[in-house]
Design a protein around this ligand. Sequence first.
Ligand code: FE2
Length: 139
Amino acid sequence: MSHKALINKLNEALGWELRAINMYAHYAANVRGIHRLQLAPMFSTEATESLAHANIVRQSIVKLQGIPVTDRNPQEITHTTDYSEMLQYSLETETQAAAVYGEVMIQLDVAEDQDLRDAIEQIYFAELRSVEELRLLMD
Ligand SMILES: [Fe+2]
């Protein structure tokens, strides 16, 4: 697998992280009702985590001598004030992000950079945990 394909896939992940930052910040600001007490801080934490992931992915792309994207993934961020809709959209986002990282992991199998592999693997596992956590929250 060429670095070019890996860089493209990492840029796809970066686009999803940039979108996630916006989505979670938007939901933290807009969530209404009693669940706001718990979900506003949770969405804020997710926004911060997405920012941290974006930083790691961006740095990885630079390390591979690629150019990181600056535009977020174009998939619409649906406005709502309903917490259960927010959780559903969050689950969909995390599921898609996890799938992209899963594809990155396959490409990293052939990469020689163990440090890079470890960094991305940690993000991949974090995305999987988010998916599971959201599934439990919606149960
Ligand atoms: Fe992430």
